[in-house]
Ligand binder design. Structure first.
Ligand code: SF4
Length: 382
């Protein structure tokens, strides 16, 4: 791999406001940490990866290593992490950003997305929740994760994985045991993220989230205009969501003034009617960041025509999803599990990540076989 290869692939956020773009102070901390590294107690694998990451960030990458830069939201996260958390964060983030570029693997995915439930109260126009074959009860895709499955997954990955996202195909705050799940996550993962449409974000759930102190809490909202919001986020109303987010901000300011949780409104860039400046203006008093992500046509992934892409998919080296029934899946574009390598319980997350099913899929992607795999053949993720 050429040292001059510019890191771009992992950039999923198309536009963001409210995040730090000046990396100088963070890089000074990385430099000072790197100088202290020889005295730190680290296992040899972690030491090697963290050393590689620090040198890449400090423009000292060796020939053949990737030239690595921090995105604004990563700078913002690093600013809120103490020096004792730096090695854990750098180990995770470098693997998350760079391993998919160089197709490197180790025992665990850099990120695990856990789905408390696949059920959602919304039917957003760009989401697979509009696919009746997915939402129809008798087809077996709908359900809520048991606490037992949740704890088994968390117990296995604690200390091995830092990035855990609580969300996938459904609305996590709709899960009946979400407060117990949140409490179980407390202080276990440095890069815990929760995605929610904020419809069920009442006072009790706001405290449960803030007690757990995720790194990032993402509110999905795509418009500043009530009509446009309702058109895109079918079954939702901007008024209720805005009130819930505002109350959350008030509770955070009053009861958790030192919270390191970053709040972000994130919209899907789907229609010409959307306006990022209006979205930013509307939300910026209530959240730390406002962002737009690119639309990925996943609401009909199985029916779309083949797109001719042959580039290997980065998700196969970046993250794994664990769905409510323990099923592991490489992505949620494949929301009906055609690509699933198996179920947690019979095997561990790590065994599945390194196992035959994942291996075959990676090999197909690496050997120009992506177009022979459904739904990868029509998916835009690279
Ligand atoms: S469908 Fe295939 S190409 Fe698309 S995100 Fe999933 S694994 Fe990657």
């Amino acid at each position: 791999m050429d040292a001059t290869l510019t890191y771009t692939k992992a950039v999923s956020i198309n536009r963001i406001s409210g995040a730090e773009t000046d990396a100088t102070a963070v890089l000074d901390r990385v430099r000072s940490f790197h100088a202290r590294m020889p005295a730190l107690s680290l296992d040899s694998y972690r030491r090697t990866i963290i050393d590689r990451a620090c040198r890449a960030l400090l423009n000292q990458a060796a020939p053949g290593e990737v030239d690595y830069r921090l995105q604004p939201h990563v700078i913002e996260e690093l600013k809120r992490i103490g020096d004792d958390g730096l090695p854990r964060y750098i180990f995770y983030r470098y693997r998350y950003d760079v391993f998919p570029l160089i197709h490197e693997l180790d025992a665990y995915p850099p990120c695990v997305q856990i789905e408390p439930t696949s059920i959602c109260n919304y039917r957003c126009v760009f989401c697979y929740q509009t696919d009746a074959a997915f939402t129809k009860g008798r087809n077996g895709h709908m359900g809520q994760m048991s606490l037992e499955t949740f704890r088994r997954v968390v117990d296995e990955i604690e200390g091995e994985v830092e990035a855990v996202t609580l969300a996938s195909r459904g609305e996590p705050l709709l899960c009946k045991q979400i407060t117990e799940m949140l409490a179980y996550l407390r202080h276990k993962f440095l890069a815990l993220k929760i995605n929610t449409n904020a419809w069920y974000l009442d006072e009790k759930k706001a405290h449960a989230i803030l007690d757990t102190e995720p790194n990032t809490l993402v509110f999905s909202a795509d418009a500043a205009d009530p009509e446009l919001y309702a058109k895109l986020r079918v079954n939702g109303t901007l008024d209720r969501v805005m009130k819930n987010v505002r109350r959350f901000a008030e509770i955070k300011a009053k009861h958790y003034p030192d919270s390191r949780t970053i709040t972000r409104v994130s919209g899907v860039r789907y229609s010409e009617e959307q306006n990022f400046d209006e979205l930013e203006k509307f939300w910026h008093d209530f959240v730390d960041q406002v962002a737009f992500v690119d639309y990925n046509p996943w609401e009909n992934a199985y029916e779309l025509p083949a797109n001719g892409k042959t580039e290997p998919c980065s998700d196969l080296w970046r993250r794994a999803f664990v769905w409510w029934d323990g099923r592991v899946n490489p992505c949620d574009v494949d929301y009906k599990s055609a690509l699933s390598p198996g179920v947690v319980g019979k095997q561990s997350v790590s065994e599945l990540w390194r196992g035959e099913g994942y291996g075959k899929l990676r090999s197909e992607h690496l050997n120009d076989g992506r177009q022979g795999v459904t739904p990868c053949r029509s998916c835009v993720v690279v």
